[in-house]
Each structure stands twice: as structure tokens, then as C-alpha cells.
Ligand binder design. Sequence first.
Ligand code: FAD
Length: 281
Amino acid sequence: MEPIELSFEFFPPKSDDGIARLRAARAQLMPLAPKFVSVTFGAGGSTQQGTLDTVLEIARTGVDAAPHLSCIGASRAGLADILDTYRAQGISHIVALRGDMPSGMVEMGDFRYAAHLVAFIREHAGDAFRIEVAAYPEYHPQSRSPRLDLEHFVAKVRAGADAAISQYFFNADAYFRFVDEVRRAGVDVPITPGIMPITNYSQLIRFSEMCGAEVPRWIARRLESYGDDRASIRAFGAEVVAAMCERLIAGGAPGLHFYTLNGAEPTRAICDRLGLHAPGQ
Ligand code: FAD
């Protein structure tokens, strides 16, 4: 079997404890030799320094580290500064997003959609960055229709994106259908499925409602039935998510992008079930 390309997503920690926790997670995950890692960005710029610091700390270890960058509420000049800083620091990979308007923020900024940000990155920095964009196999929650959402995704790629990472989902068929539709639209960039390990029932339901990911009823009912038994939630979660990953890989997914939430164990549990071990382990 071809080796499976992995990538891991982290968020910039806000405290010394958070920094220590992320370092511990990285120590456990990096032996799995991810193709790259990415670091989220608080829309509106709230984590600008934290994202930069985290990306640079990881890049110094020789790992391809891609900052996320969102355009909502941002100015052209501000985005140009951020891009220039990354370039000067040798960063050449970026995840370009619209982001969601933080509460209390009223200024839309100079760009309305991620496609505009992608076009701006190409205009400002040429091919200095490999650009990833977001994809939504179950469609973006604000999209007016599946057809329009697909068109908007295609527009982002045509604006200059090289690859996409999907929102998480628990239904592999949604991913396969989305990829088929994108291919029929003449777009052939790799679309890596985003994988959310399951660790906490109420948090999963809350997150999923916000981002428009469906938790199938049979999974929700089983998770709910475990109550506070976190070990059973994690074991069941690892089993169902690993089974979905197997289907995704068998069906041609180009890799797996894990939303680690800065913890190693849930991602490792899935990788172990997939037979993905660090060399020598
Ligand atoms: P877009 O691609 O711009 O799409 C947003 C909506 O606008 C969609 O409904 C689309 O159909 C619609 N649309 C697009 N173009 C047009 C048009 N021309 N006319 C009308 N409608 C249009 N958020 C963060 O804040 N920070 C992060 O670090 C972050 N990382 C993420 C990583 C991944 C892999 C994913 C999947 C999401 C991430 N998000 C992050 C969340 C993301 O910012 C939100 O989902 C946001 O609501 C949409 O961002 P987008 O880049 O997909 O937007």
C-alpha cells in the first residue's frame, strides 16, 4: 500500500500550560512524519502573533508548517504585511480562508470571500506560497445552495489555490460525491479530507452545529449513551473514525488531515488502528 500522507492541524496556544501541552502533542505526533502541519488563525487577527510564533517554532524543527490566514475584517495592507513577514521567515505554505466575523467586529475588511484572498496572495506574492483552501463536502452552512457552494469552491481554486482541506464529516459518501462533482467541474486539485477525532459528545455536537457537519444519529446516540464514560467515548470514536478513514483511503483520498485540537492521543488512536506507526515503533 502507498504510504498515507498525513497532516496535523494545531491552534496557537494562549498560555504557558497550552504551549507545554502543544509541545507534548507534537513530540508524540511528529514521529508519524506528517507531510505538513497547519496552525489556525483567529479571524479578525486575534491570534496573529500566536500563529506566527507557533508556525516558526515548528518550522525551526524542519517540518513544513503552514499558517492559516483569514481575510474577514482585514485590510489589503495588513494582509500584505503578514504575507511579507511569513515570506521573510521562509514560510512557503498557507491555508487561505475567509473566516467568520468575530462578534463585535463590524468592518468587513477589503475582501469578502476566500477566493479574493487567494487572488490577492497570488497578486502580491506570485508563487511564493503553496495555497490550500477549505472545502465543504456537506456544504458550507451559509451557502445559498449546494450548486452555488460548489461554484464558489471552484472559483477559489481558479483564483490560484493548489489544494484543499475539507471540513470534517462522518459520512464518507458526502466526501466522495463532493470530489466527483468538483472533478466534473474540471478541477483536479487534491482535496484532503479533514478528520475530527471524537473525544467529547457535547463538544462535538456543539462544534458540528456551528460548522454544518452532520453527526449521524447512530453515532450521536451511541456517544450520548456513554454519559461521562470518556474512555468508552474515545474507544468508540476511534473505531468509527478509523473505519471511515479506511474507506476514504481505499476510495482514493490523497491523505488525511487531522484536527488534533492540540492533543496527540485521539489522533494516535486512529492512526494506530490504521496501522500507521512511527518508524521503529
Ligand atoms: P469562502 O470560501 O469565502 O465561503 C464562505 C461562504 O461564502 C460559502 O457559503 C460560499 O458558498 C459563499 N461564497 C463564496 N464566494 C461567494 C460569492 N462570490 N458570492 C456569494 N457567496 C459566496 N476559520 C478561522 O477563523 N480560522 C482558521 O484558522 C480556520 N481554519 C479552517 C480550516 C479548514 C480546513 C476549514 C474547512 C475551515 C477553517 N476555518 C477557519 C473556518 C472558515 O473560516 C469558515 O468555515 C468560514 O465560514 C468560511 O471560510 P471559507 O474560507 O470556506 O470561505
